[in-house]
Design a protein around this ligand. Structure first.
Ligand code: SF4
Length: 219
């Protein structure tokens, strides 16, 4: 059974499909504790959850009539049997995207059929969680995937640039720089990108935080 804290239809606020409608399945629990986490409520051990089977979730996703399905959290790859859910959603013709935090090995999930699209974080120093990043995950990325650097400071931006260059990430997949909401102004990110002529990176704002109040849930 899957431990679901929210399921709804909204626009995808981030990643390569940002701005498109998507079915959101948000699962409980995460192995990290980022300083800026905006879904910490979903990671508490006592968070109310609803239990669903893979079949029930896939049937519900199909009933929405929406093509894109986003598996998020928390950390969705910690849910046992997530591969079964990916398969069932794929059978129904959905595009399956997984937002993952960079600490879980991607290899087994990259072998799923159909292969999901990954939007993978690389946690920067400001998150306090960089020690948990698995850079071997970069080997499993494909052009439709994305690495997202959530930047809260100049130090974060410098570190993101070093990682991007070290692993030639822009040759592998999409690369996004997003601000930690309220910690850094988007214009600082754009200025950094201009300073370093980073025309292979996209700045990305979390759309849902501009369309709705930043604390609104279920959007
Ligand atoms: S990985 Fe995501 S859900 Fe987990 S603590 Fe960090 S920001 Fe929150």
């Amino acid at each position: 059974m899957f431990r679901v804290v929210e399921r709804f239809v909204s626009i995808n606020g981030e990643g390569a499909a940002a701005g498109e409608l998507a079915v959101f399945l948000r699962f409980a629990g995460c192995d990290l504790q980022c300083s800026y986490c905006d879904t910490a409520w979903a990671n508490r051990p006592d968070v109310p959850v609803t239990l669903y089977t893979a079949e029930e979730l896939a049937d519900w996703a199909e009933s929405t009539g929406i093509h894109n399905v986003l598996l998020t959290g928390g950390e969705p790859l910690l849910q046992p049997e997530i591969g079964t859910l990916i398969g069932k959603l794929g059978e129904k013709g959905h595009r399956v995207e997984i937002e993952t935090n960079g600490s879980v090995p991607l290899a087994p999930f990259a072998a799923c059929v159909p292969r999901p699209v990954f939007t993978m974080d690389y946690k920067l120093p400001g998150s306090g969680m960089e020690h948990a990043m698995l850079t071997e995950n970069f080997r499993y990325l494909q052009p439709q995937d994305a690495v997202k650097f959530v930047c809260g400071s100049r130090e974060d931006l410098e570190r993101a640039r070093r990682i991007l260059r070290q692993f030639s990430l822009d040759k592998l997949c999409h690369v996004f720089f997003s601000p930690v909401f309220g910690s850094i102004e988007p214009v600082e990110i754009v200025q950094f990108m201009m300073e370093h002529r980073m025309d292979h990176v996209r700045v990305q704002l979390q759309l849902h935080k501009y369309i709705w109040h930043p604390d609104t849930r279920g959007v």
